[in-house]
Design a protein around this ligand. Structure first.
Ligand code: ZN
Length: 315
């Protein structure tokens, strides 16, 4: 809020939701597989997506007098107590919690915990650099469609998002890109191909690209869930274009949740929903069959090691 010419954040440390989640839920598939991330969000958003799955917090204006304040030290303490390997700023757009993230990330980093953003990627390059300097390890970018769809539905310029995908890679952060595939918005072949091509250009062939299933919600109740065949088509197109790790999401039990070796086809990481069911690249992060190096950041953490597998936290 602009108060007499000075900008103030209304949400610093105001937590709307907090829970321990598998990192696969973000989704990050090539980053600390099997680990859990303590996840928080606040209120409001900088986009206007009518299909928002978290509209109960993203479409709500902050109310500082009613803030549920969690100071950064306490938040980082809860990460450890919950048996999580790091944190994730998520649920609504994490850039809204930019200043708070700059406080939390160095504290978590010092404790050997990872820091992540689950973001629509709409920030300045300067902000991205400040987050990296504060200790951000990974960022998931939501690419919501082509330029026309993103302008129409989200009120934003997708070129800024792609620019930041490239910049995050250059800054050395782990990057995964996700498109929620919505019938009639971004499910045509040309749009999928365009996303795959820009992914290759900005993130590179080894960065994971996810196509996830839409379900009717918020202001977009007028269309069905995305057919599984559409996600399979998106996988085929992106693979044809040269993306090596393409996944389908929100379809538990589908084989495109798994990681296969792009060279020999060996099943490397098996998943069911957000659970890792098989992990075959422990040795030097190489395919056990053909020896290809598989780009995985961080350690594999067996979920059973979570000391307190709580989904929700009462503060
Ligand atoms: Zn192989």
């Amino acid at each position: 809020m602009n108060i007499e010419g000075k900008l103030y954040t209304l949400v610093y440390g105001d937590v709307s939701s907090i829970s321990a989640n598998p990192i696969e839920k973000k989704p990050f598939f090539h980053f600390w597989p099997g680990s859990w991330a303590l996840t928080i969000g606040t209120w409001s958003c900088n986009f206007t997506c009518p299909w928002c799955q978290n509209y109960d917090i993203s479409k709500v204006n902050p109310q500082p007098p009613k803030a549920n304040y969690v100071d950064p030290e306490k938040f980082v303490r809860i990460i450890g107590n919950a048996g999580c390997s790091g944190c994730s700023i998520s649920f609504n757009e994490p850039t809204i919690l930019f200043e708070y993230s700059l406080s939390v990330f160095p504290l978590a980093y010092k404790k050997g915990l990872y820091n992540t953003f689950v973001s629509n990627g709409y920030m300045t390059i300067e902000a991205l650099r400040m987050l990296r300097d504060a200790g951000m390890d990974a960022i998931k970018f939501d690419v919501k469609g082509d330029a026309e769809a993103v302008q129409r539905h989200c009120g934003a310029d997708v070129n800024v998002v792609w620019r930041n995908v490239g910049e995050a890679k250059r800054l050395g952060m782990h990057v995964e890109v996700v498109t929620l595939v919505i019938p009639g918005v971004n499910d045509d072949d040309d749009c999928i191909r365009e996303i795959a091509r820009r992914h290759l250009k900005e993130a590179g062939s080894e960065s994971p690209l996810h196509f996830t299933q839409f379900y009717p919600t918020h202001e977009m109740m007028d269309r069905p869930r995305t057919p599984v065949e559409t996600l399979e088509k998106a996988h085929r197109i992106a693979t044809e274009e040269g993306v090596q790790y393409v996944y389908a999401g929100n379809v538990p039990g589908h084989k495109l949740e798994n990681t296969y070796c792009p060279a020999c086809g060996e099943l490397l990481i098996g998943r069911f929903g957000f659970t890792v069911t098989k992990y075959a690249v422990i040795e030097n992060r190489r395919c056990p069959k053909c020896g290809l190096e598989i780009p995985i950041i961080g350690k594999y953490v067996r979920s059973t090691k979570l000391t307190r597998p709580l989904e929700r936290w009462d503060l």
